[in-house]
Design a binder for this molecule. Sequence first.
Ligand SMILES: Nc1ncnc2c1ncn2[C@@H]1O[C@H](COP(=O)(O)OP(=O)(O)OP(=O)(O)O)[C@@H](O)[C@H]1O
Ligand SMILES: [Mg+2]
Length: 310
Amino acid sequence: MIPEPAENVLKAIAIRGLRKFYDHHAVVDGIDLTIPAGEFFGLLGPNGAGKTTTLRMLLGLTPIDAGTVHVLGRPMPECEREISSRLGVVPQFDTLDPDFTVEENLLTYASYFGLSRAALGNRIDELLEQANLENRRGSRISALSGGMKRRLTLARALINEPELVILDEPTTGLDPQARHHLWRQLRALRKRGVTLVLTTHYMEEAEELCDRVAIIDAGRIIACASPAELIAAHVEPWVISLNAASARRFIADPATLPARMLEIADTWLIYTHEPGAVRAELDTAGLPHATRASNLEDVFLKLTGHDLRD
Ligand SMILES: Nc1ncnc2c1ncn2[C@@H]1O[C@H](COP(=O)(O)OP(=O)(O)OP(=O)(O)O)[C@@H](O)[C@H]1O
Ligand SMILES: [Mg+2]
């Protein structure tokens, strides 16, 4: 059972029994989820798990086949127009208009909400400043780096001062500096009480930003809690990594190790409550190894397996 926020909490999103079928196959297969207002929530899951399809149904971009969706207290798709005016969206793939400049992209998007240049006041200046794009106001989109385009897309999503911002893989392909910059922009939203729903393949990002995360696999939520709760509930506190090829020469049968083991590509990951005992054994065998605290990625690997998906 997934713990649900208390009934009296203001809900930004309430999803019940949500389903989507493609070619008679359920790609979203009965999702129940409540996200209280003000929460930063992460949707995690392997490629093809159904994250984007779920978000698209929340946004009215993909028809709902079964179940109900309420966004900001209003039903989708019946109240799509009203909901859209209170939402900000950063889609998985870039949708900036390449024929317009940075500023023109913001102005055009604002006009969808009926916001004229006069009504915007100095909002565009503020957004460009937050996005560190003040000097790029007149640049064409094709002249921007990937990081700049992502920051502009977030600035565009904030033009209508949304109560809820939905971001599908906002930092995919960004370098560490650009990612940290975007995180800072997102954290600033928390202070204003904005609700945030994001998908990411970066577990560190989810741990850094999200109050709670749901792990989706094959269209179903298989776990939902805070990152710390998920780590405590699903994985041993320590993980020791070592090179698989050399380990195999010394340890004929990994099942004899006093710990759970996962082999990923060229690495063995040994999960344990007692790292000392395992390390002593590896030292005796002369095997180099490294120890770290377990994290959300370890939970993800355990719950979704480690085969490639798409
Ligand atoms: N328009 C469509 N027609 C047919 N199948 C689709 C369509 N859109 C998505 N799918 C399928 O639905 C499944 C879920 O896709 P979705 O894009 O929601 O996954 P995702 O979790 O966002 O994956 P990723 O992490 O790769 O972005 C996939 O198997 C995908 O091929
Ligand atoms: Mg996706």
